[in-house]
Design a protein around this ligand. Structure first.
Ligand code: ATP
Length: 351
């Protein structure tokens, strides 16, 4: 059994079902992100695990114990909220000590833990400062130190970086990930930012409309999205609509605006499908199982790579990302030969 085991979680607010029987298993020491668009139920699931919301049906188990009906303070779960929820009238050290005092730890233990966790989040010099006199990033680190100081079995984080600017957010993502790995803390992290989820997670649960569509490693989700929703929510892709002509073994032949293309899969003839390829898997020298001709619409220089957008039929999208353009960035209107491998072609039922 998983260290955290959410099973058959159902939750409705009035007549609106927000979670429709969610299962989620998190291993000890693992960092799992709940990733999905606004309103898909991420925060609701997190609050249920924290004990801040009750379940209509289902169970939550942590370290073998059924905690479904336990109040939050008896769950051994730490929470870092989006707005940090620090105590404004207390100093940095008093905030970090708060949970330890509530658990009646000795004064020596409390002092030791506060010292250790302020060091871990690089705030030792700020111990006696009011939390009101801190920057957003520093407040965020106090919230993390406060949640971790009691050494909870599980740490829950709800979009903890959303108030920070991009550069600071990227630094904090890496710092926090390193800290949690060093401590071996099992963590569940809510975000709607795919880059954040890809950077930080051991596994990502892609959520859509109160259900988990795919639960896998970042690499597997990027390379083999199991649904067209996961494909579109995580990373960019070229997408061509088509109709299945027939199948041969485990390959299907599809008629598209670019002619007949082949993808690994199993669909009946006549089925409407969506073909997709990740932009870096398409070669502009035409190498691969195909050599399609397409006319360049735009080239966007992005520093380490160039994005090439091609003219396509309505509803389609042909996008290539490359850092390998020996002749320089081509002009719009240039006809180019694009190639990719059948094995890199993803196929989904058209929605
Ligand atoms: P966001 O990224 O915007 O926070 P989310 O995926 O975390 O989105 P939730 O906060 O879990 O989404 O909300 C899921 C749905 O449940 C939303 O439609 C929301 O309006 C609704 N909802 C959440 N809390 C309540 C509540 N207390 N009463 C009624 N509806 C609620």
């Amino acid at each position: 059994m998983s260290f955290l085991d959410v099973s058959g979680a159902e939750k409705a607010f009035g007549s609106a079902t927000v979670l429709g029987g969610v299962n989620l298993g998190v291993a000890q020491g693992e960092f799992v992100s709940l990733l999905g668009p606004s309103g898909c139920g991420k925060t609701t699931l997190l609050r249920i695990v924290a004990g801040l919301l009750g379940l209509d049906r289902g169970t939550v188990k942590l370290d073998g114990q059924d905690i479904t009906t336990l109040p939050p303070h008896r769950r051994d779960v730490g929470v870092v909220f989006q707005n940090y929820a620090l105590f404004p009238h207390l100093t940095v050290a008093e905030n970090v000590a708060f949970g330890l005092k509530a658990r009646r730890r000795s004064a020596d233990d409390t002092r030791e833990a506060v010292k250790k966790f302020l060091e871990l989040v690089h705030l030792s010099d700020f111990a006696n400062r009011s939390v009101r006199a801190l920057s957003g990033g520093q407040q965020q680190r106090v919230a993390v130190a406060r949640a971790l100081a009691v050494r909870p079995k599980l740490l829950l984080l709800d979009e903890p970086f959303s108030a920070l600017d991009r550069k600071l957010r990227e630094t904090m993502q890496i710092d926090l990930r390193r800290l949690l790995r060093e401590l071996g803390t099992t963590s569940v992290f809510v975000t709607h930012d795919q880059d954040e989820a890809l950077t930080m997670s051991d596994r990502i649960a892609v959520m859509n409309k109160g259900a988990i569509e795919q639960f896998d490693t970042p690499e597997a989700i990027y390379r083999r999205p199991s649904t067209s929703f996961a494909l579109e929510f995580v990373g960019l892709s070229s997408r061509l609509g088509g109709t299945v002509l027939g199948s041969h073994g485990d390959l299907v032949k599809v008629e598209t605006a670019f002619g007949h293309l082949v993808a690994p899969g199993s669909f009946v003839p006549g089925a409407k499908v969506l073909l997709a390829v990740r932009p870096e898997r398409i070669k502009v020298d035409g190498h691969g199982d195909y050599a399609l001709k397409a006319r360049l619409r735009d080239a966007v220089f992005q520093g380490s790579k160039v994005q090439l957008h091609f003219e396509v039929a309505e509803g389609d999208h042909l996008l290539v990302e490359t850092s390998d353009l020996p002749g320089g960035i081509p002009m719009p209107g240039t006809e180019m030969k694009l190639g990719w491998a059948v094995a890199d072609t993803l196929i989904y039922p058209a929605s």
